[in-house]
Design a binder for this molecule. Structure first.
Ligand SMILES: CC(C)(COP(=O)(O)OP(=O)(O)OC[C@H]1O[C@@H](n2cnc3c(N)ncnc32)[C@H](O)[C@@H]1OP(=O)(O)O)[C@@H](O)C(=O)NCCC(=O)NCCS
Length: 295
Protein backbone atom coordinates (compact mmCIF):
# COMPACT_ATOMS: atom_id res chain seq x y z
CA UNK A 1 0.00 0.00 0.00
CA UNK A 2 1.35 3.42 -0.95
CA UNK A 3 1.39 5.87 1.96
CA UNK A 4 2.14 9.56 2.33
CA UNK A 5 3.17 11.63 5.32
CA UNK A 6 2.81 15.41 5.59
CA UNK A 7 5.98 17.13 4.29
CA UNK A 8 8.31 18.39 7.07
CA UNK A 9 7.06 21.98 6.63
CA UNK A 10 3.41 20.90 6.86
CA UNK A 11 3.87 18.43 9.71
CA UNK A 12 3.65 20.88 12.68
CA UNK A 13 0.27 22.21 11.53
CA UNK A 14 -1.17 18.70 11.17
CA UNK A 15 0.24 17.64 14.55
CA UNK A 16 -1.36 20.63 16.26
CA UNK A 17 -4.73 19.74 14.72
CA UNK A 18 -4.33 16.35 16.41
CA UNK A 19 -3.58 18.06 19.78
CA UNK A 20 -0.02 16.72 19.81
CA UNK A 21 1.81 18.48 22.68
CA UNK A 22 4.13 21.32 21.63
CA UNK A 23 7.14 19.69 23.26
CA UNK A 24 6.86 16.74 20.84
CA UNK A 25 6.59 18.72 17.60
CA UNK A 26 10.26 19.42 16.80
CA UNK A 27 11.32 15.86 17.57
CA UNK A 28 8.54 14.43 15.38
CA UNK A 29 9.65 16.64 12.48
CA UNK A 30 13.33 15.74 13.00
CA UNK A 31 12.64 11.99 13.20
CA UNK A 32 10.23 11.80 10.24
CA UNK A 33 10.99 8.33 8.77
CA UNK A 34 13.45 8.18 5.87
CA UNK A 35 13.33 5.78 2.88
CA UNK A 36 14.78 2.83 4.83
CA UNK A 37 11.76 2.76 7.15
CA UNK A 38 9.20 3.36 4.42
CA UNK A 39 8.41 -0.34 3.69
CA UNK A 40 7.63 -0.89 7.40
CA UNK A 41 5.52 2.24 7.55
CA UNK A 42 3.54 1.02 4.53
CA UNK A 43 3.07 -2.43 6.00
CA UNK A 44 1.81 -1.21 9.39
CA UNK A 45 -0.39 1.48 7.88
CA UNK A 46 -2.01 -1.14 5.67
CA UNK A 47 -2.67 -3.34 8.72
CA UNK A 48 -4.09 -0.36 10.59
CA UNK A 49 -6.55 0.84 7.96
CA UNK A 50 -7.80 -2.62 6.96
CA UNK A 51 -11.44 -3.06 7.85
CA UNK A 52 -11.93 0.74 7.86
CA UNK A 53 -15.50 1.41 8.97
CA UNK A 54 -16.35 -2.20 9.89
CA UNK A 55 -18.09 -2.78 13.21
CA UNK A 56 -16.29 -6.15 13.56
CA UNK A 57 -12.72 -5.00 13.31
CA UNK A 58 -9.75 -7.20 12.47
CA UNK A 59 -7.10 -7.43 15.22
CA UNK A 60 -4.89 -4.35 15.63
CA UNK A 61 -1.43 -4.39 14.02
CA UNK A 62 1.06 -6.58 15.94
CA UNK A 63 3.32 -4.86 18.51
CA UNK A 64 6.08 -2.76 16.94
CA UNK A 65 9.75 -3.72 17.41
CA UNK A 66 11.33 -1.41 20.04
CA UNK A 67 14.09 -0.28 17.67
CA UNK A 68 11.52 1.62 15.58
CA UNK A 69 11.36 4.11 18.44
CA UNK A 70 8.77 5.75 20.66
CA UNK A 71 7.39 7.95 17.88
CA UNK A 72 6.90 5.34 15.13
CA UNK A 73 3.24 4.63 16.12
CA UNK A 74 2.56 8.35 15.61
CA UNK A 75 3.86 8.19 12.01
CA UNK A 76 1.61 5.19 11.35
CA UNK A 77 -1.40 7.19 12.55
CA UNK A 78 -0.30 10.18 10.44
CA UNK A 79 -0.07 7.90 7.39
CA UNK A 80 -3.57 6.57 8.21
CA UNK A 81 -4.97 10.09 8.62
CA UNK A 82 -5.97 10.68 4.94
CA UNK A 83 -7.73 7.28 4.98
CA UNK A 84 -9.80 7.93 8.10
CA UNK A 85 -10.54 11.54 7.06
CA UNK A 86 -11.76 10.22 3.69
CA UNK A 87 -13.91 7.65 5.48
CA UNK A 88 -15.37 10.30 7.80
CA UNK A 89 -16.19 12.50 4.79
CA UNK A 90 -17.87 9.55 3.02
CA UNK A 91 -20.11 9.13 6.09
CA UNK A 92 -20.85 12.85 6.37
CA UNK A 93 -19.17 13.11 9.81
CA UNK A 94 -18.93 16.84 10.66
CA UNK A 95 -15.28 18.01 10.58
CA UNK A 96 -15.44 19.21 14.21
CA UNK A 97 -16.43 15.69 15.38
CA UNK A 98 -13.74 14.16 13.20
CA UNK A 99 -10.96 16.37 14.62
CA UNK A 100 -12.16 16.18 18.25
CA UNK A 101 -12.15 12.37 17.91
CA UNK A 102 -8.70 12.13 16.33
CA UNK A 103 -7.23 14.64 18.82
CA UNK A 104 -7.20 11.77 21.33
CA UNK A 105 -3.77 11.12 19.79
CA UNK A 106 -2.39 14.24 21.53
CA UNK A 107 -4.08 13.33 24.84
CA UNK A 108 -2.39 9.93 24.77
CA UNK A 109 1.00 11.44 23.91
CA UNK A 110 0.67 13.82 26.86
CA UNK A 111 -0.15 10.78 29.00
CA UNK A 112 2.98 9.01 27.69
CA UNK A 113 5.10 11.97 28.84
CA UNK A 114 3.47 12.03 32.30
CA UNK A 115 4.01 8.30 32.64
CA UNK A 116 7.50 7.83 31.16
CA UNK A 117 8.94 11.36 31.15
CA UNK A 118 9.57 11.17 27.38
CA UNK A 119 7.63 11.83 24.18
CA UNK A 120 6.00 8.94 22.35
CA UNK A 121 2.90 6.80 22.14
CA UNK A 122 2.44 3.41 23.79
CA UNK A 123 -1.28 2.94 23.19
CA UNK A 124 -1.53 2.33 19.44
CA UNK A 125 -4.17 -0.46 19.83
CA UNK A 126 -6.50 2.02 21.61
CA UNK A 127 -6.18 4.64 18.86
CA UNK A 128 -6.80 2.02 16.17
CA UNK A 129 -10.54 2.32 16.96
CA UNK A 130 -10.51 6.05 16.24
CA UNK A 131 -8.41 5.71 13.10
CA UNK A 132 -10.57 2.87 11.72
CA UNK A 133 -13.78 4.87 12.01
CA UNK A 134 -15.17 2.86 14.94
CA UNK A 135 -15.05 5.50 17.70
CA UNK A 136 -16.36 9.09 17.86
CA UNK A 137 -16.15 11.75 20.56
CA UNK A 138 -19.42 13.65 20.92
CA UNK A 139 -18.80 16.35 23.49
CA UNK A 140 -17.73 14.91 26.88
CA UNK A 141 -17.96 11.20 25.99
CA UNK A 142 -16.54 8.86 23.37
CA UNK A 143 -18.82 6.28 21.72
CA UNK A 144 -17.45 3.14 20.12
CA UNK A 145 -19.51 1.14 17.60
CA UNK A 146 -19.44 -2.36 19.08
CA UNK A 147 -21.60 -5.40 19.81
CA UNK A 148 -23.27 -6.58 23.02
CA UNK A 149 -21.38 -9.41 24.66
CA UNK A 150 -23.23 -12.43 26.02
CA UNK A 151 -23.71 -11.12 29.59
CA UNK A 152 -24.76 -7.57 28.71
CA UNK A 153 -26.84 -8.82 25.79
CA UNK A 154 -28.82 -11.15 28.06
CA UNK A 155 -29.30 -8.41 30.69
CA UNK A 156 -30.60 -5.98 28.08
CA UNK A 157 -32.95 -8.57 26.56
CA UNK A 158 -34.28 -9.52 30.02
CA UNK A 159 -35.04 -5.84 30.65
CA UNK A 160 -37.34 -5.97 27.61
CA UNK A 161 -35.25 -4.04 25.09
CA UNK A 162 -35.38 -5.21 21.47
CA UNK A 163 -31.78 -6.45 21.37
CA UNK A 164 -29.54 -9.16 22.74
CA UNK A 165 -26.07 -10.72 22.46
CA UNK A 166 -24.28 -9.78 19.24
CA UNK A 167 -26.48 -6.78 18.46
CA UNK A 168 -24.90 -3.35 17.93
CA UNK A 169 -24.35 -1.21 21.02
CA UNK A 170 -22.35 1.93 21.71
CA UNK A 171 -19.51 1.35 24.13
CA UNK A 172 -18.93 4.53 26.15
CA UNK A 173 -15.41 5.70 27.04
CA UNK A 174 -14.57 8.67 29.26
CA UNK A 175 -11.60 10.77 28.15
CA UNK A 176 -9.49 12.32 30.90
CA UNK A 177 -8.11 15.88 30.73
CA UNK A 178 -11.41 17.19 29.37
CA UNK A 179 -12.73 18.92 32.47
CA UNK A 180 -15.09 17.43 35.07
CA UNK A 181 -17.53 14.68 34.17
CA UNK A 182 -20.42 17.07 34.77
CA UNK A 183 -23.96 15.65 34.53
CA UNK A 184 -24.94 18.39 32.07
CA UNK A 185 -22.06 17.53 29.72
CA UNK A 186 -22.93 13.80 29.94
CA UNK A 187 -26.62 14.53 29.25
CA UNK A 188 -25.65 16.50 26.13
CA UNK A 189 -23.35 13.72 24.86
CA UNK A 190 -25.93 11.00 25.47
CA UNK A 191 -28.65 13.07 23.79
CA UNK A 192 -26.41 13.57 20.76
CA UNK A 193 -25.43 9.90 20.38
CA UNK A 194 -28.62 8.31 19.04
CA UNK A 195 -29.28 10.90 16.27
CA UNK A 196 -25.58 11.04 15.33
CA UNK A 197 -25.29 7.28 14.77
CA UNK A 198 -28.74 7.03 13.13
CA UNK A 199 -27.70 9.70 10.63
CA UNK A 200 -24.16 8.55 9.85
CA UNK A 201 -24.53 4.77 10.33
CA UNK A 202 -28.16 4.12 9.34
CA UNK A 203 -27.40 0.43 8.68
CA UNK A 204 -26.83 -0.12 12.44
CA UNK A 205 -29.51 0.34 15.12
CA UNK A 206 -28.25 1.49 18.51
CA UNK A 207 -30.81 1.07 21.29
CA UNK A 208 -28.36 0.82 24.19
CA UNK A 209 -25.00 2.11 25.34
CA UNK A 210 -22.63 0.12 27.54
CA UNK A 211 -19.64 0.97 29.68
CA UNK A 212 -16.94 -1.11 31.35
CA UNK A 213 -14.89 0.92 33.78
CA UNK A 214 -13.44 1.40 37.23
CA UNK A 215 -15.78 4.42 37.35
CA UNK A 216 -18.73 2.00 37.79
CA UNK A 217 -17.27 0.20 40.83
CA UNK A 218 -20.05 0.50 43.44
CA UNK A 219 -17.50 0.59 46.28
CA UNK A 220 -16.68 4.19 45.33
CA UNK A 221 -20.00 5.19 46.93
CA UNK A 222 -18.42 4.39 50.30
CA UNK A 223 -15.83 7.13 49.76
CA UNK A 224 -17.12 9.86 47.42
CA UNK A 225 -19.89 12.34 48.26
CA UNK A 226 -23.28 11.47 46.73
CA UNK A 227 -23.19 14.60 44.55
CA UNK A 228 -19.80 13.72 43.01
CA UNK A 229 -19.75 13.49 39.23
CA UNK A 230 -18.47 9.92 39.29
CA UNK A 231 -21.40 8.71 41.44
CA UNK A 232 -23.89 10.68 39.30
CA UNK A 233 -22.39 8.94 36.25
CA UNK A 234 -22.71 5.53 37.97
CA UNK A 235 -26.40 6.11 38.69
CA UNK A 236 -27.16 6.30 34.94
CA UNK A 237 -26.20 2.64 34.44
CA UNK A 238 -27.71 -0.71 35.33
CA UNK A 239 -24.73 -2.85 36.21
CA UNK A 240 -24.39 -6.57 35.59
CA UNK A 241 -22.87 -9.02 38.03
CA UNK A 242 -20.00 -10.94 36.49
CA UNK A 243 -17.70 -13.14 38.57
CA UNK A 244 -14.29 -11.62 37.93
CA UNK A 245 -10.82 -10.95 39.24
CA UNK A 246 -10.06 -7.61 40.81
CA UNK A 247 -8.20 -5.03 38.74
CA UNK A 248 -6.35 -2.61 41.03
CA UNK A 249 -3.88 -1.59 38.33
CA UNK A 250 -6.59 -0.08 36.11
CA UNK A 251 -7.82 2.44 38.71
CA UNK A 252 -4.23 3.18 39.77
CA UNK A 253 -3.23 3.93 36.18
CA UNK A 254 -6.22 6.23 35.62
CA UNK A 255 -5.92 8.12 38.89
CA UNK A 256 -2.13 8.18 39.34
CA UNK A 257 -0.91 7.43 35.75
CA UNK A 258 1.23 4.54 37.02
CA UNK A 259 1.15 1.54 39.31
CA UNK A 260 3.53 2.39 42.20
CA UNK A 261 5.94 0.06 43.98
CA UNK A 262 4.61 1.30 47.35
CA UNK A 263 1.24 2.84 48.23
CA UNK A 264 3.16 5.36 50.37
CA UNK A 265 4.62 6.83 47.15
CA UNK A 266 1.20 8.06 46.02
CA UNK A 267 -0.15 11.60 46.55
CA UNK A 268 -3.25 12.14 48.74
CA UNK A 269 -4.48 15.44 47.29
CA UNK A 270 -8.08 14.58 46.35
CA UNK A 271 -10.92 12.57 47.89
CA UNK A 272 -10.53 9.95 45.16
CA UNK A 273 -6.77 9.65 45.56
CA UNK A 274 -7.21 9.07 49.29
CA UNK A 275 -10.07 6.60 48.66
CA UNK A 276 -8.09 4.49 46.20
CA UNK A 277 -5.13 4.16 48.55
CA UNK A 278 -7.07 3.72 51.83
CA UNK A 279 -9.22 0.99 50.29
CA UNK A 280 -6.15 -0.94 49.12
CA UNK A 281 -4.40 -0.43 52.46
CA UNK A 282 -7.25 -2.10 54.33
CA UNK A 283 -6.99 -5.15 52.07
CA UNK A 284 -9.74 -4.13 49.64
CA UNK A 285 -9.57 -4.35 45.87
CA UNK A 286 -11.04 -2.41 42.94
CA UNK A 287 -12.96 -3.86 40.01
CA UNK A 288 -13.84 -2.96 36.45
CA UNK A 289 -17.65 -3.09 36.30
CA UNK A 290 -19.93 -3.40 33.25
CA UNK A 291 -23.19 -1.52 32.90
CA UNK A 292 -25.69 -0.45 30.29
CA UNK A 293 -28.32 2.23 29.70
CA UNK A 294 -31.08 2.62 27.12
CA UNK A 295 -30.39 5.36 24.61
C1 LIG B 1 -13.75 10.87 35.00
C2 LIG B 1 -13.22 12.13 35.66
C3 LIG B 1 -13.23 13.30 34.68
C4 LIG B 1 -14.09 12.45 36.89
O1 LIG B 1 -13.60 13.61 37.53
P1 LIG B 1 -14.60 14.59 38.33
O2 LIG B 1 -15.66 15.10 37.42
O3 LIG B 1 -13.76 15.58 39.04
O4 LIG B 1 -15.24 13.54 39.37
P2 LIG B 1 -15.92 13.75 40.80
O5 LIG B 1 -16.73 15.01 40.86
O6 LIG B 1 -16.67 12.51 41.09
O7 LIG B 1 -14.68 13.83 41.78
C5 LIG B 1 -14.80 13.50 43.17
C6 LIG B 1 -13.45 13.68 43.83
O8 LIG B 1 -12.48 12.82 43.21
C7 LIG B 1 -11.40 13.58 42.65
N1 LIG B 1 -11.03 12.97 41.36
C8 LIG B 1 -11.84 12.62 40.36
N2 LIG B 1 -11.14 12.07 39.34
C9 LIG B 1 -9.85 12.07 39.74
C10 LIG B 1 -8.65 11.62 39.14
N3 LIG B 1 -8.65 11.02 37.92
N4 LIG B 1 -7.51 11.76 39.81
C11 LIG B 1 -7.47 12.32 41.03
N5 LIG B 1 -8.58 12.77 41.67
C12 LIG B 1 -9.77 12.65 41.02
C13 LIG B 1 -11.97 14.99 42.51
O9 LIG B 1 -10.94 15.97 42.50
C14 LIG B 1 -12.87 15.07 43.72
O10 LIG B 1 -12.08 15.21 44.87
P3 LIG B 1 -12.05 16.60 45.75
O11 LIG B 1 -13.48 16.92 46.06
O12 LIG B 1 -11.20 16.27 46.91
O13 LIG B 1 -11.40 17.62 44.81
C15 LIG B 1 -11.76 11.89 36.15
O14 LIG B 1 -11.74 10.84 37.07
C16 LIG B 1 -10.81 11.55 35.02
O15 LIG B 1 -10.38 12.40 34.28
N6 LIG B 1 -10.46 10.25 34.88
C17 LIG B 1 -9.53 9.80 33.85
C18 LIG B 1 -10.27 9.15 32.69
C19 LIG B 1 -10.82 7.79 33.03
O16 LIG B 1 -10.51 7.23 34.05
N7 LIG B 1 -11.68 7.29 32.14
C20 LIG B 1 -12.29 6.01 32.31
C21 LIG B 1 -11.47 4.97 31.64
S1 LIG B 1 -12.15 3.33 31.89
Amino acid sequence: MEVTLPAPDELPTVLLELAVPHEDIDELVARRPGPQLWPLLERYTELLVQGMGDIDLPPPPPPLPDELGRYFPVYILLAALPHVRGYHRSRGIPPEVSWLTLADLGRNMARHRRRHGTGGLDLLPWLVWHFRGALYQLGRLQFQRARLNEVLGRAVAQAGLPCGPGDPALNIHIPGRFGPLSPGACDASLRAAAPFFARHFPQERYAVATCHSWLLDGQLAGYLPAQSNILAFQRRFRTVAVPQDHDDSEILRHVFVRVPDELDDLPRRTTLERAVVDHLRTGGHWYGVSGWLPL
